[in-house]
Each structure stands twice: as structure tokens, then as C-alpha cells.
Write a protein that binds this ligand. Structure first.
Ligand SMILES: Nc1ncnc2c1ncn2[C@@H]1O[C@H](COP(=O)(O)OP(=O)(O)O)[C@@H](O)[C@H]1O
Ligand SMILES: Cc1cn([C@H]2C[C@H](O)[C@@H](COP(=O)(O)OP(=O)(O)O)O2)c(=O)[nH]c1=O
Length: 216
């Protein structure tokens, strides 16, 4: 965990990342159920989204044509509202926050995928996530569901109608995957790589092991 990270106030902040079709969504509810059974308050949420305003911005980002800077500004605007109105109050109450994607997705999709300048993303990250003491709000643990884009595409083809991102080609998702690998290499204490190509039970076991390693 980085020294510049904000305290979670007794709460837990866990993010789930990976390219579309990696299979992360299937596991969030399982973790939530287990933690609720332990008596924890759990907030399951997602980005972009998690508040009325942020869900409205999500609809635009997923369905309206726009350039990479507009995309980045909208996902950070959604993140700001989500942090202020949902995530920070939940962590302050001591709740566990399970977030389907967070800022790593912006570096992976808008940065590595679209080719937008990561230095600008890092500036926006500080504006949006830094507290008055200069500490950055980040997940304490990020589970990165890593998978070959060709396999993820096969899963998605069987699963749902694609949105703006899911329609992009294999080369885009190779770059996004590379973006996640870079983020993971830069923050090895925060990231755990999950081999998402495995069958669902094996993936669930890896998730459980990553949480147990944190005493969670
Ligand atoms: N380990 C797995 N093996 C095979 N199919 C999977 C596995 N995990 C999830 N799926 C299926 O793949 C599709 C995409 O999973 P989903 O959880 O929606 O991915 P994501 O949220 O990462 O985009 C769904 O149809 C899901 O049932
Ligand atoms: C959080 C975030 C998501 N995204 C993209 C990645 C996904 O394609 C999309 C929504 O993510 P996701 O919730 O995984 O979609 P779904 O409900 O279809 O599983 O938004 C970005 O491009 N930048 C971001 O900062």
C-alpha cells in the first residue's frame, strides 16, 4: 500500500478490475455475501456509476461518441461524485466498499487503450481523489482479473449486447491489458493478479486466497 494513501477509517476498499468479459462481476456478490455473513456492512458499487449523477454520466460514456479527453473528464467527474456521496461516507462508517472498477480502469482504457496522456490522467486523479492532507484515496486491494482478450471476447459474445467499449477490437483490449499490467507492476502491494481464464470455482478460490492473505 502506498504511503500517500488516505486512511480508510476502519473500512475496507476493494476494487475489481480487468478487461470486459474477464468475469469479475460474477465474484463481487460472492465476496459481499461472505462479508455480510460476518456482520460487516458492505457497499457494492461500480464505476462509472454509484450515484444518480454518476449513473447518468455512465450512460453517456458507454453509449455516446466522444474523444478520449471527454471520456476521461466524464469518468473522473462521475468518480468525484461517487467518492463524495457514497465511498467516503461508507468508509468513514467502517463499511466495506466493493467497487467494480476504479481509477486503474481509466489508466488502462483511456490511457493505454485510447492512447491518452497518462500524465494528464495522474493530474486529474490527484484533483479528484486527494484529501485536504494531500493523501490519495485508492483501494487497499485491487483484484485484477487477467485474461487473454480472445477468450474474454468469446465469453462476451455469448453473454450480452456490446456497449461502446465492448465493440472495440482485440488490439484495443491487448493495450488495455498491458495498461493493467503496468499499473500492477507500479503498485505490487495493492494489486493481486487473478488468472481469470480458469473455471469459475478456481477463480473464486484465487479471490478467496487473496482476501485471506490480507486477513479479510
Ligand atoms: N470463469 C469463467 N469461465 C467461463 N465463463 C465465465 C467465467 N466467469 C464469468 N463467465 C461468464 O463470462 C461472461 C462475462 O462475465 P462478467 O462477470 O459479466 O464479466 P465482466 O464483469 O468482467 O465484464 C458472463 O456470461 C459470465 O457468466
Ligand atoms: C471506470 C471506467 C470504466 N471504463 C469502461 C470499461 C468498461 O468497458 C465500461 C463499463 O465497465 P463495466 O462495469 O465492466 O461494464 P459491464 O457492466 O458491461 O460489465 O466502462 C472506462 O473506460 N474508464 C473508466 O475509468
Amino acid at each position: 500500500m502506498s504511503g500517500r494513501q488516505a486512511e480508510a477509517g476502519g473500512g475496507r476498499f476493494l476494487s475489481f478490475e480487468g478487461i470486459d468479459g474477464a468475469g469479475k462481476s460474477s465474484h463481487i456478490e460472492t465476496v459481499a455475501e461472505r462479508w455480510r455473513a460476518q456482520g460487516l456492512e458492505v457497499l457494492c458499487t461500480r464505476e462509472p456509476g454509484g450515484t444518480g449523477l454518476a449513473e447518468t454520466l455512465r450512460e453517456l460514456v458507454l453509449h455516446q461518441p466522444m474523444d478520449a479527453l471527454t471520456e476521461a473528464l466524464l469518468v473522473f467527474a462521475a468518480r468525484r461524485d461517487h467518492l463524495q456521496r457514497q465511498v467516503e461516507p461508507a468508509l468513514a462508517r467502517g463499511a466495506a466498499v466493493l467497487c467494480d472498477r476504479f481509477t486503474d480502469a481509466t489508466f488502462a482504457y483511456q490511457g493505454a487503450g485510447r492512447g491518452f496522456d497518462p500524465a494528464v490522467l495522474a493530474v486529474l486523479e490527484r484533483w479528484v481523489q486527494q484529501d485536504a492532507q494531500g493523501r490519495l484515496r485508492e483501494p487497499q486491494l485491487t483484484l485484477w482479473f487477467d485474461i487473454d482478450p480472445a477468450l474474454a471476447a468469446q465469453r462476451l459474445a455469448a453473454a450480452r449486447v456490446p456497449d461502446r467499449f465492448e465493440r472495440l477490437d482485440g488490439a484495443f483490449f491487448e493495450r488495455v491489458r498491458g495498461g493493467y499490467a503496468e499499473r500492477a507492476a507500479a503498485a505490487p502491494q495493492r494489486f493481486v493478479r487473478i488468472d481469470a481464464a480458469q473455471p469459475r470455482d478456481a477463480v473464486a478460490a484465487q479471490v478467496q486466497q487473496a482476501l485471506a492473505a490480507r486477513g479479510w
